[in-house]
Design a protein around this ligand. Structure first.
Ligand code: RBF
Ligand code: MG
Length: 333
């Protein structure tokens, strides 16, 4: 996938794309349905398959003080789109010049003159331009004016009537329900980061851990999780079973927020490697123990519980493992 950060001087080879537009944080199954429809149309027309998305996320621009909330930080979102097979990702910088444009100018200057899109696919709640004043009707008017195509998805839900929404996924993670988040995502949610040097105390209590900081990732419920982990800087992911604590380690007066992963079947030294950690199931909240013996005994029980959970778990782990729902899409222009 070509990743572009600008909308001027766009190469002819990626103009004329069929593109889905959205923030696509999480790349959940609803996003995948919309992006997949753009892919089908692109393929049929022999055109590049693209997305138009915004970085930083608009919410972070309007709420700079907000706690980290991303399901898929920029680089991870880009890597996942690449996995799906897109030709081009227009990751437009969400700056003042972009977000103060009236909707008509956004369509004229950026979608048409800048990117030269042939067809656009959006969800029915799509809003764009200064103060989100533009909607699907505004976009349809621009499409007729300029002669690009427009397809619109109605809201889609899973078999149980749960609607695909990034906000819902965030809520499930913040409330310790990663299995529900996984249902909407079509895969387990994961945190990716570089393994940091720790205080090595884990070793002395018999449970060495690989520690990663959360960076821009949303902070899920603090506590212990059954996880699968994979080193991602060397070829395809090979998942291994683990148990992890996410929190501040009150028993040992930990300060920083960390994800500490203990691999159940022993592990090579992962220091400095990039680890992807998929949260499978919440085991228990983090606690302050009276001393290391009590903590050690509890961690041993956590390991047993994680083994049990993982032995029967079937949660898909990679984007593309589960197909997005068909959904209702209508060609408007
Ligand atoms: N630290 C706590 O203070 N409270 C906990 O409930 C807690 N649970 C943990 C569970 C697991 C499975 C692991 C691997 C660690 C846990 N820790 C907890 C963190 C522990 O204090 C830390 O890994 C060591 O002190 C090394 O830094
Ligand atoms: Mg450690």
């Amino acid at each position: 996938m070509r990743l572009l950060r600008h909308y001027t001087d766009v190469a002819d080879s990626v103009r004329g794309a069929v593109a889905a537009i959205g923030n696509f944080d999480g790349l959940h199954l609803g996003h995948q349905a919309v992006i997949g429809e753009a892919g089908r149309l692109a393929h049929a027309a022999g055109r590049p398959w693209g997305v138009v998305t915004f970085e930083p996320h608009p919410y972070a621009v309007f709420h700079p003080e907000a706690a980290p909330f991303r399901l898929t930080p920029f680089r991870i979102k880009a890597a996942l789109l690449d996995t799906l097979g897109l030709d081009v990702g227009f990751f437009l910088p969400f700056d003042e010049a972009l977000h103060t444009r009236p909707p008509e100018a956004f369509a004229d200057d950026i979608l048409v003159d800048g990117l030269g899109l042939a067809h656009v696919v959006v969800g029915e709640d799509f809003a764009f331009g200064h103060r989100r004043a533009g909607d699907v009707a505004t976009l349809a008017a621009a499409a007729r004016r300029h002669g690009f195509g427009l397809s619109v998805f109605s809201k889609i839900t899973d078999d149980a009537g749960l609607s695909y929404s990034s906000t819902k996924v965030r809520h499930f993670l913040a409330s310790g329900q990663p299995h529900l988040a996984a249902r909407l995502l079509g895969r387990a949610w994961n945190i990716e980061g570089r393994v940091e040097g720790g205080d090595r105390r884990g070793r002395t209590i018999g449970f060495p851990t690989a520690n990663i900081a959360l960076g821009d990732h949303l902070v899920p419920a603090h506590g212990v999780y059954a996880v699968r982990a994979a080193v991602v800087d060397e070829g395809p992911a090979r998942w291994i079973a683990g148990v992890a604590n996410l929190g501040r380690r009150p028993t040992v007066d930990g300060k920083s927020l960390l994800l500490e992963v203990h691999l159940l079947d022993g592990a090579p030294d992962l220091y400095g490697r990039h680890l992807r950690v998929a949260l499978i199931e919440f085991v228990r909240p983090e606690k302050k123990f009276d001393g290391l013996d009590a903590l050690r005994a509890q961690i041993a029980r956590d390991c047993e519980q994680a083994r049990r959970v993982l032995a029967s778990d079937q949660t898909p782990l990679a984007v593309g493992d589960r197909a997005p729902p068909p959904g209702a899409v209508e060609r408007i222009v």
